[in-house]
Design a protein around this ligand. Structure first.
Ligand code: IMP
Length: 197
């Protein structure tokens, strides 16, 4: 069976990814090495930097994701800088506060946002496969809900009529950007498993 190192250290993301990969026929383990600097200009570049670093260090196949929230009214910000939007040491609440401040008073039509996740699967010898998943929604004027993480309390998903932070993990994993990207990645892992078995 193909063995794949999961190159994410964020426990909130790991919780989701573990569930999303549960049905995939591969042996997954956590990457314990140093995290590379996320110096890419795009989500795809950053996902590839993380996956390649883990694949090289472990000499195993590796999977990594990079996620950003793009708000059209802010010219696509916070985008690739979503984790550090309010500064290098920003915590989730700081980023959410900055987002709400910048969007204060904007009408519903200007509150459209898209979560995007790039997932990269990399081989020890440097082959990369990248896929993307997205989920469209609206940024609320104030937080609502306690579940999830990051921008979830202000991300309202119209088809579900609630924020991500009001969803259970199972509900979020049916519709989220990360779920859609990982579903595509699972297809690639399936093909790789066949090719190397
Ligand atoms: P990363 O660079 O992929 O680790 O994620 C960037 C930032 O986006 C994180 O620090 C979170 O604030 C936010 N983020 C990533 N995924 C999600 C999500 O599923 N919901 C809400 N916020 C997220």
């Amino acid at each position: 069976m193909i063995e794949i190192v999961v190159a994410t250290k964020n426990p909130d993301k790991i919780r989701e990814i573990e569930k999303l990969l549960a049905g995939v026929r591969a042996k997954f383990s956590a990457y314990r090495g140093a995290s590379p600097a996320e110096t890419g200009k795009t989500l795809v570049e950053n996902a590839a930097i993380k996956a390649l670093a883990a694949a090289r260090a472990t000499q195993k196949w590796s999977i990594a994701d990079d996620t950003g929230l793009e708000v059209a009214a802010l010219g696509g910000r916070p985008g690739v800088r979503s984790a550090r939007f309010a500064g290098p040491r920003a915590i989730y609440e700081d980023n959410v506060k900055k987002l709400l401040r910048l969007m204060k008073g904007l009408p519903r039509a200007k509150r459209k946002a898209v979560f995007k996740t790039a997932v990269c699967i990399a081989s020890p010898d440097g082959k990369v496969y990248t896929v993307e998943g997205r989920c469209a929604g609206l940024i609320r004027e104030s937080p609502d809900g306690k579940n999830g993480f990051g921008y979830d309390p202000v991300f309202y998903h119209p088809p579900s009529k609630k924020t991500f932070a009001r969803m259970t993990l199972a509900e979020k994993n049916r519709v989220s950007h990360r779920a859609r990207a990982i579903a595509k990645a699972a297809l690639i892992i399936g093909r790789l498993s066949i090719a190397i078995s």
